[in-house]
Design a protein around this ligand. Structure first.
Ligand code: PLP
Length: 374
């Protein structure tokens, strides 16, 4: 168990293996054409893995771009002295553009108004601003409508102090609906071609998230935008990429008791012992992002054996019926990760909780300290 200095008095922590992160990044690189660039998304605290340590390691490993959701996330990276280009993937409001200049962040632009405001500010400051234009080819989220994209790009191209460094789109079905994604790729490719034929060549053309990158070779364009696979998680089943999970979630037994058959456990007595058993308590709950949906379901590894959460998950604690096996207070428990040859993955937790692995790792709360290896 790690020192109190590192994790405090509550023995629950997440271990983040940065060597595995780098391994996954290299696995991704090895599947790309040599000049394809890589933007890794580090939004939402690097999918719960810790923004700055993850960004730092990726930057050392040669990542070309980092993707964040907001200006705030970008500022955190700049304050940590990261020099890599940073794209703000979410909407930037007109009144906030001066921070983009101060912190050298690249905005996503979806309309002419923002582009004009950027150009005006850029000429006042005598610093040209590079930007990426987002095109909606079927996600229905932010982005200029496909039919208006050509005109918008032409107009922005004419603005004095901005440089269109990138153009991008996003896939809603990259892991499943093949035909929809193929048609999006075609549309996007056509737009880029038409622009080229009008003398507008944009260096960074990107579309692929993890699933798009894996399932559609022709979605790579000049840059890919993976997040999930870099954290060692698979966008769907049947992917053989040699990824290594980056995050493990661990805790310790803090209480052990012996109870007879017929005892109700936790709120609502959603679990009742069927035989005399040991019931242990673990210091983690939905207040830490361990989904309440895993009540009576969540897999738990103790002493190299696999058990299941017993009863409703509380805010700060969960209980486990370990039958005739008697754990000791202080025994290490794995909620995500490996123990003596047994494994629980974030994907498995997500399936049981009827959600996606993204939500499991992003949801782990700030109450859980992250410890970095190495
Ligand atoms: C989060 C995000 C990605 C990465 O998606 P993954 O499925 O995690 O690979 C790519 N592009 C955009 C615009 C995103 O917001």
């Amino acid at each position: 168990m790690p020192d109190k200095e590192k994790i405090g008095y509550r023995p629950t922590w997440a271990q983040v293996n940065l060597d595995n992160l780098e391994h996954n990044f290299r696995q991704v690189k090895s599947r790309l054409r040599p000049h394809t660039k890589v933007l890794v998304t580090v939004k939402a605290d690097a999918y719960g893995h810790g923004l700055v340590p993850v960004a730092r390691r990726l930057s050392e490993a040669g990542v070309d771009y980092l993707g964040v959701a907001s200006i705030d996330e970008g500022i955190k990276l700049r304050k940590a002295r990261l020099k890599v280009p940073i794209l703000v993937l979410g909407v930037v409001l007109k009144q906030d553009i001066s921070s983009l200049f101060t912190f050298k962040l690249t905005p996503t632009v979806c309309d002419y108004e923002l582009a004009c405001a950027l150009s005006k500010k850029a000429s006042t400051l005598k610093t040209p601003m590079r930007l990426h234009i987002k095109v909606d080819t079927g996600m229905g989220r932010i982005g200029v409508a496909y039919k208006d994209a050509f005109e918008l790009v032409k107009k922005i191209h004419r603005l004095k102090s901005v440089v269109i460094e990138g153009i991008f789109t996003h896939f809603p079905f990259a892991g499943s609906g093949r035909r929809f994604t193929v048609s999006q790729i075609k549309l996007f490719d056509r737009l880029v071609d038409v622009l080229k034929s009008c003398g507008i060549t944009i260096p960074l053309v990107h579309a692929a998230n993890s699933a798009g990158m894996i399932n559609h070779q022709d979605s790579h364009f000049t840059m890919v935008r993976p997040g999930l696979v870099i954290y060692g998680l698979h966008p769907h089943r049947g992917i053989k990429m040699g990824l290594k999970p980056v995050l493990s979630l661990k805790t310790q037994v803090v209480f052990v008791k012996r109870v007879p058959a017929g005892v109700g456990i936790s709120y609502g007595h959603a679990y009742i012992t069927r035989r005399p058993a040991y019931i242990i308590t673990l210091p983690i709950g939905y207040g830490d992002g361990y989904p309440r949906n895993l009540s009576n379901l969540g897999p738990v590894l103790i002493g190299g054996r696999r058990f299941c959460v017993s009863g409703s998950i509380c805010m700060d604690q969960i209980m486990v019926d370990t039958g005739s096996f008697r754990p000791e207070v202080g025994d290490e428990v794995v909620l995500i990760g490996k123990q003596k040859g047994k494994t629980v993955t974030a994907e498995e937790l997500a399936d049981s909780a009827e959600t996606i692995s993204y939500e499991i790792v992003c949801g782990l709360g700030s109450r859980i300290p992250r410890l970095y290896i190495p």
